[in-house]
Unconditional design. Structure first.
Ligand code: 6PG
Length: 242
């Protein structure tokens, strides 16, 4: 099931995203005793994380039963300003006082990116006793159509057996760490978050254009047995026809 929801602005989108997060978390904890979520990086989700950790939302989830992972990570120390872990720690984990045992970050201290990816693969397989099936994956989308750190025409797009890989991104001249389509498409729920006019052209291509997942990797996220939601503000949805 794919649902595209357009709301007026970022704040309204965050309220909707928080409501979905709370609903999915409540159902997972009720049915399986825990809620597993892969967080998005970048700047878009910051305000959502602050809202979830804020007074209106924080008491609506049994956070002790929430286990946090990261859909991708920059290959930098966890204290680096570019670190997705650091962003989530500042906006979500510290305000919620999340215990370390509920947080599974990529081990970016590893000497080489591949080693970090191999360790994270093991972490996922141990936690899920096999291939991961997240209750929820949160994702953003770049103006070039990438998502997580699945960038256009990069090796990671071709990975079919692993859930976590290191991915050389030529256009950035750096290593990234990312979950693969295998992991993302096994999720029970995927929520894409996007806002701002600058995302409108790529969202037009992704949602209404030809299917070109090598060029627009976000198109490759199609949960096998899960729900896919696109939560957009008016700016990001500005060029959509439907
Ligand atoms: C990252 C993200 C990446 C992000 C997009 C959008 O590590 O940066 O995982 O995929 O979601 O680049 O970034 P913004 O939210 O900053 O526009």
């Amino acid at each position: 099931m794919r649902e595209i929801v357009v709301v007026k602005d970022k704040d309204e989108r965050n309220v909707m995203a928080a409501a979905k997060f709370i609903k999915i978390a409540g159902a997972a904890i009720r049915d399986r005793g825990r809620f597993t979520v892969a967080l998005a990086g970048g700047s878009t989700p910051k305000s959502l994380y602050r809202l979830l950790a804020g007074a209106e939302s924080k008491d609506k989830i049994d956070w002790a039963k929430v286990f946090f992972f990261f859909g991708d990570e920059r290959y930098v120390p966890p204290t680096d300003p570019k670190s997705n872990f650091r962003m989530a720690r500042e906006t979500l984990f510290d305000p919620l006082r999340t215990p370390a045992e509920n947080i599974f970050r990529w081990p970016t201290e590893s000497a080489v990116a591949e080693q970090a990816a191999e360790e994270y693969e093991k972490t996922l397989r141990n936690f899920f006793t096999g291939s991961p099936r997240f209750d929820l994956v949160l994702l953003g989308v770049g103006a070039d159509g990438h998502t997580a750190s699945l960038f256009s025409y990069t090796e990671a797009l071709l990975e079919t057996s692993r859930s976590a890989v290191a991915n050389w991104v030529e256009k950035l001249g750096e290593w990234r760490l990312t979950m693969t389509f295998r992991a993302l498409n096994a999720a029970a729920n995927v929520i894409f978050l996007a806002n701002g006019d600058e995302k409108a052209p790529v969202l037009k291509e992704i949602l209404e254009g030809a299917f070109q997942p090598k060029k627009y990797p976000a198109q490759g996220v199609k949960p096998d047995r899960g729900n896919l939601y696109w939560l957009l503000d008016d700016g990001a949805a500005g060029l959509l026809t439907d």
